[in-house]
Design a protein around this ligand. Structure first.
Ligand code: SF4
Length: 669
């Protein structure tokens, strides 16, 4: 018997219309866990670097995390993996909500889609009854509207539906997959779903998931629930509100937006508005939120209530969580009322709430600087808000200039030319990032931004405080109950971190310490993404209930696989390296490992080089960022090293990048 996982994947070929229930290899679970880990293994095995994002050979994998469907609190993530049209690299975008547990209860760990349907279809999974159904009547419909209509026509009010809107159908590079209380937004996975002719996947499961040691597992779950209660009652002092507790930042519950509105950039990531947050603004925004927020809501099996249903006057209700509350508002230099209203349209269209406003602000900046003209923008309204609605409609329909903008700022700037590339200034690996422009280089964030392949908005942060506490006594108090650290040395790193003087950024934490910190942070995110755990309860907060010390116990009691911290760390390193290997095989190199040029005003090129050199070595990568043969073989990824040698990416016995590989490299541009 398989525990925690079902042991079966659904393989759907949309070209042929075939449906297969395929048993997965339990050996892969030990090596790659599940979710992201096994998604990466499947992509490596079956999608070679020559396959383009919109090829029928590209796979779109909906992977439930290994512990989804068990009673583990907050474990509900679906990890959607494919090759991104935006970056041409591996995408893995997560969604919370209820979909992954439902899939497990239907009897499957993953839905693996290949091929393309000539007609628009949707997939209906009801336990072992699976149908590919006509969706032509859903063409052009919104994502939430589609989900509701499917539930009605199936007469299955409890079905969980992941759907795309018009943006996905039209292959907008930042199209999302929406799913009730959540969405998988980053890297254009909705565009790949649309390209495959798949409007939605509806799932209803009535089975059970077995755990190997139920009493032990439930005892661990109780400990986590008790800790959540404790932390909710005892916020961490001395840090900003969003870092004091648990869950994703409680944007739907909070009214104080001074920190975001005054520190993040407005417009096309250009303008900071110090002094913006006045009593009048706060009163108006509070009234807006109170007037539209109908209910605070949670994902499956979680008490945190990070999301909310939003009902703008005269518009359908939709769900929102996190920072997209502000992204449209700040990009359009407008107010919260506008942001909450346009987000309803954007959710139905199914677009990424981070990229979309940046793309629109970029277009307006080009227009204001004469790079785009009235000929490109016929009928563009004169007010900023009107312009945003105008642009959104054209982007999701790929009409006129919208067809170019639908490819994101990086590709759009190349196509527009005439100096437009200067305005696409906020990308990493061709993808729009958090609109933050800061003064002094932060070496920890430099490494995270440069080398992160998750390419999500928060990269891989969490666990370690973002800034030093001014007073040592406060730092001493902080480390006292810091049980989450994988090693006591992290406490010392933090204790010695000062705001000013020798032990301050950019030279402290030292290069070696930065490597340790970033590696720890990244490892926890990658473990979450394999287990299906919400980062809001594990890798993102400072003192979360899940950590490297209790995760092995959850995995052992849940799956029956004997797990300890070393074995778990090694597994995470294995599939993290596999993700990098997929991207390396697609041409990613050191040149791509860099933050936006103007992310920090004060840069330190020598330090940055040392950081990257040292981190590469620490990770077992050569000077080009390619995992060496020795490090691949040590992780059991000898099939990767063999392929790298065959493709000329590595040479036998040589951990440096051979010259001739330059020409053999698959370029992305
Ligand atoms: S912490 Fe928040 S985002 Fe995470 S599972 Fe719970 S409700 Fe969802």
């Amino acid at each position: 018997m398989r525990y925690a996982e079902t042991g079966f994947n659904l393989e759907i070929d949309l070209s042929r219309g075939s449906i297969d229930q395929v048993e997965s290899d339990p050996g892969d679970t030990e090596l790659y866990l599940g979710g992201l880990g096994t998604n990466a293994k499947i992509l490596w095995d079956r999608v070679p670097p020559e396959v383009e994002p919109f090829s029928p050979e590209n796979l779109l994998i909906f992977g439930a995390g290994l512990l989804c469907g068990t009673p583990a609190t907050g474990c509900n993530r679906t990890i959607v993996s494919t090759i991104s049209p935006q970056t041409k690299l591996m995408a893995f975008s997560m969604m919370g909500g209820f979909w992954a547990p439902e899939l497990k209860y239907a009897g499957y760990d993953k839905v693996i889609l290949r091929g393309k349907s000539t007609d628009l279809v949707y997939l209906w999974i009801k336990d072992d009854r699976i149908e590919i159904r006509d969706a032509s009547h859903l063409r052009g419909k919104g994502a939430t509207e589609t989900a509701e209509q499917i539930r009605q026509e199936l007469n299955e009010p409890k079905a969980q539906v992941a759907a795309i809107g018009l943006a996905g159908e039209n292959r907008v590079y930042f199209a999302s997959i929406e799913q009730g209380r959540s969405s998988a937004s980053r890297l254009g996975i909705g565009a790949v779903m649309g390209d495959k002719g798949l409007k939605a996947i509806a799932v209803r499961g009535t089975g059970d998931i077995n755990v190997a040691q139920p009493a032990e597992f439930l005892a661990l779950c109780h400990e986590v629930l008790e800790y959540i209660e404790f932390r909710n009652q005892n916020p961490i002092p001395g840090v900003m509100a969003i870092l004091q507790g648990l869950g994703s930042p409680q944007e739907m519950a909070t009214h104080d937006e001074k920190w975001h509105t005054e520190n993040f950039m407005w417009g096309n990531s250009r303008v900071r508005r110090k002094g913006f947050w006045t009593d009048e603004v706060k009163a108006a925004w509070t009234q807006t939120m109170e007037g539209m927020r109908t209910r605070l809501i949670s994902c499956y099996n979680c008490p945190m209530k990070c999301g909310a249903t939003i009902s703008p006057p005269g518009q359908p209700t939709y769900m929102m969580k996190c920072f997209s509350k502000l992204t449209y508002t700040m990009a359009a230099m407008s107010d919260l009322d506008f942001g909450m209203k346009i987000a309803q349209h954007a959710t139905e269209y199914g677009v990424d709430g981070f990229s979309t406003p940046q793309v629109m602000a970029f277009a307006i900046e080009l227009y204001e600087n004469g790079i785009l003209t009235d000929a490109d923008m016929p009928g563009l309204p004169s007010d900023n808000e009107g312009r945003f609605y105008w642009l959104l409609d054209r982007i999701v329909r790929r009409e006129g200039i919208g067809d170019i903008l639908a490819n994101g700022t990086y590709w759009a700037a190349k196509e527009i030319g005439n100096g437009a590339e200067e305005y696409a200034h906020n990308n990493i690996k061709k993808h729009e990032q958090l609109p933050l422009k800061l003064s002094m280089l932060n070496p920890i964030y430099f490494l995270m931004y440069a080398t992160g392949e998750k390419i999500n908005i928060t990269q891989i942060e969490g666990q370690f405080p973002q800034a030093p506490y001014p007073k040592r006594e406060h730092r001493e108090a902080f480390v006292k109950d810091w049980i989450q650290v994988p090693d006591e040395k992290f406490k010392q790193y933090f204790l010695d971190w000062e705001l000013r003087g020798e032990n301050s950024i950019p030279y402290y934490p030292t290069v070696q310490m930065c490597c340790d910190i970033v590696d720890w942070q990244e490892k926890m995110h990658y473990i979450d993404d394999a287990l299906g755990m919400c980062a809001g309860l594990s890798s993102f907060p400072l003192k979360p209930p899940y950590h490297i010390h209790n995760y092995p116990k959850f995995i052992s009691a849940g799956t029956g696989i004997a797990m300890d911290e070393d074995k778990l760390s090694q597994a995470a390193k294995r599939y993290r390296t596999l993700v990098r290997a997929i991207n390396i095989s697609r041409g990613m190199r050191r040149k791509d490992d860099k933050p936006p040029q103007n992310h920090w005003k004060k840069r330190f090129p020598e330090l940055e080089k040392e950081l990257l050199d040292t981190y590469y070595k620490f990770k077992g990568w050569n000077s080009e960022g390619i995992p060496t043969k020795a490090s691949l073989d040590e992780l059991g990824l000898d099939y990767v090293s063999a392929e790298f040698i065959q493709r000329g990416i590595l040479k036998e016995g040589d951990d440096s990048r051979p010259e001739e590989a330059t020409t053999a490299e698959l370029t992305q541009e």
